[in-house]
Ligand binder design. Structure first.
Ligand code: ADP
Ligand code: MG
Ligand code: MG
Length: 371
């Protein structure tokens, strides 16, 4: 892959990188931003590399508010990690500013660039290919939650508006059913009824936030395994990366979404629904990892609804897939006919399965509750 000469000549030169530029190469398998490793030679020490990213501004529309969110959160993490005697250069992302002190650089084509320290001696896994990785990811996201539990979440900007507003998601669904732009509603009555029967679930978390019965927290909103760097020696999740969707929210958003895709027995678009269920062992593994770190910071109310949140976030996701199907597949990329419907069906199958297992799920969570 040939890298635009503009990146080297113009962009690399803008940042506070240390040393003499050697070369640049693509990095990782991210789907949102374009990510590069940039190598520098220094006099006495081995070469050093940095991460350079072109921010995908068609999705992340306001790079300044986004970078301010990241700056606030990473500064806080840095302080906490130092207090705990850790290494902040490795255990949190560290922004490398531009030479004129800015959080990102906007080039002549209005492309926005940012840079981070490189997390060395660590691997970014695409799937839980080794035993323990899922547990370790849960631990890392739990630690992220714990270290940010005293951060003033209300000062963060909502980079993507109403992202986990399930009530709003439900409204959009109702509108899509009513308009029925593609004439598809008649063929998915069963799915539509499934959602309508669960309308009351949609408001539960928002209601509690509004009434201040659960705290507003910093949420990551993209808690996938491939957004954690795992230490090459220990496989511990040392650093949570990809902070673009950090926003104010509830602990349920990250936990619930992690269970939705991480504890499922099958792919999100599996068409053989008999293969789709929530794996209770994976659920237990995630709960144990997550609570081993975040446990002490959660309130009683949060414990009580943690298992429910797995169902809620799965329902929300299914609603989004079904809505997009009804609207003619305008949001999620599809690779085959009815792809979004297939995706909605796996989510609803998971929801139904979680409803059957809810008592067991709650027991697992509550066995860790000391509050
Ligand atoms: P996207 O939003 O496109 O997923 P990410 O911020 O997750 O972008 O970065 C893409 C990939 O680049 C990551 O999955 C990881 O492999 C690598 N990466 C990102 N930041 C760092 C870092 N600070 N150190 C080492 N690798 C990184
Ligand atoms: Mg990523
Ligand atoms: Mg991302």
């Amino acid at each position: 892959k040939i890298i635009d000469t503009k990146i080297t000549a113009e962009v690399v030169n803008q940042f506070e990188f240390n040393g003499e530029f050697i070369h640049i190469e693509p990095l990782g398998q991210g789907h949102i931003n374009s990510t590069y490793a940039v190598y520098f030679r220094r006099e006495t020490v081995p070469p050093i590399r940095y991460v350079l990213q072109r921010i995908n501004t068609s999705i992340l529309k306001n790079p300044l508010t986004l970078m301010k969110n990241i700056e606030g959160v990473t500064n806080h993490l840095r302080k906490k990690i130092m207090e705990a005697g850790g290494n902040p250069d490795r255990e949190t992302l560290t922004i490398v500013k531009t030479k004129d002190g800015k959080l990102f650089y906007e080039d002549g084509d209005k492309e926005c660039w940012r840079a981070y320290l490189f997390i060395e001696d660590a691997t970014c896994y695409q799937s839980a290919e080794k035993p323990g990785l899922f547990y370790n990811s849960a631990k890392a996201f739990g630690r992220f939650q714990k270290l940010l539990s005293d951060y003033p979440a209300e000062t963060l900007s909502e980079t993507i508006e109403k992202f986990h507003n399930t009530v709003n998601r439900y409204k959009n669904f109702e509108k899509a059913v009513q308009e029925d732009r593609m004439g598809r509603a008649k063929d998915v009555q069963k799915e539509i009824e499934f959602v309508k029967a669960r309308k009351d679930d949609c408001g539960i978390v928002l209601d509690l936030i509004e009434k201040k019965e659960i705290p507003l927290r910093v949420t990551h909103n993209d808690t996938k395994l491939n957004n954690i760097m795992m230490d090459n020696e220990t496989n511990e999740g040392i650093c949570v990366i990809d902070l673009d969707t950090v926003m104010p929210g509830s602990v349920f958003y990250d936990f619930g979404d992690s269970i939705r895709f991480g504890a499922s027995s099958a792919a999100e678009d599996e068409t053989d629904l008999s293969k789709v269920y929530m794996d209770i062992n994976l659920f237990k593994e995630y709960v144990e990892g997550f609570l081993s770190e975040a446990g002490e910071t959660l309130t009683k109310k949060e414990y009580e609804l943690l298992a429910f949140s797995a169902k809620l976030l799965t329902l929300e996701c299914g609603i989004r897939f079904l809505t997009d199907y009804l609207e003619g597949d305008t949001y999620f990329k599809i690779h085959r006919e009815h792809h979004n419907l297939d995706r909605a069906r796996t989510q609803f199958k998971l929801v139904a399965n979680m409803e059957e297992k809810m008592e067991m799920m709650n027991e697992i969570v509550m066995s860790h509750c000391k509050n």
